[in-house]
Ligand binder design. Structure first.
Ligand SMILES: C[S@@+](CC[C@H](N)C(=O)[O-])C[C@H]1O[C@@H](n2cnc3c(N)ncnc32)[C@H](O)[C@@H]1O
Length: 182
């Protein structure tokens, strides 16, 4: 049997791949007052990408009928519903961003994105949705020292008692659809 002189050719689909990134200076701490949390194991400068997270977009129906009644409910973000196929937007052009509409569904954030806890006053991480690539990108919004927890802001409508603010601003879980939205 002859050995091929070159490795197998690379799949052409790789050129359409979505670059992923994870900062290596992150550690998971399991027993914080907020449950598990992500902390900096070294100094991380402002603007550093912490992770690019693929998302799992839920249908409105499965969110209402299933996810809303499960633990996953606490790990979802608002996500704009994609436009229904029309002659104008059904050409599968992935470079075109779906337009945000007033209708939202929820998306489960995969990877570390789901593990950033909330801090109202000490937020050091911001995030942006990439609708076309169906990812969320997390970045530091200020310099972070080794040992600091990395936190985003979930906004004002929380479904849990914020351990940082002694219950200030807490609303009933039944009254509020959980909304992580800036
Ligand atoms: C997206 S998860 C974050 C990861 C979570 N700590 C874990 O162990 O999986 C959101 C949950 O974390 C907890 N949490 C996040 N921020 C908090 C805070 N400031 N105070 C109290 N609990 C918080 C709440 O239980 C909330 O429902």
């Amino acid at each position: 049997m002859s050995i091929p002189p070159h490795p197998p050719s690379v799949s052409p689909s790789l050129s359409n791949g979505i670059p992923l990134s994870r900062c290596s200076d992150l550690i998971l701490i399991s027993d914080t007052p907020k449950g598990r949390g992500i902390f900096a194991s070294a100094f991380i400068p402002s603007g550093r990408v912490l992770e690019t997270c693929p998302v799992l977009i839920l249908s409105v129906e499965e969110n209402e009928q299933l996810i809303r009644h499960s633990s996953l409910y606490h790990y979802t973000y608002n996500w704009p519903l994609p436009l229904p196929p029309t002659p104008l937007n059904s050409n599968h052009d992935t470079t075109r961003k779906p337009k945000a509409t007033s209708a939202n569904t929820q998306a489960v954030i995969l990877g570390l994105g789901s593990l950033f806890n909330h801090s109202r006053n000490h937020q050091n991480v911001t995030w942006t949705r990439d609708l076309a690539n169906q990812t969320v990108i997390y970045r530091t919004c200020r310099d972070v020292q080794a040992g600091e927890e990395l936190c985003i802001s979930y906004g004002d409508r929380l479904t849990f008692e914020d351990v940082d603010v002694d219950g200030e601003g807490k609303e009933s879980e039944e009254d509020v659809l959980r909304e992580i939205d800036l």
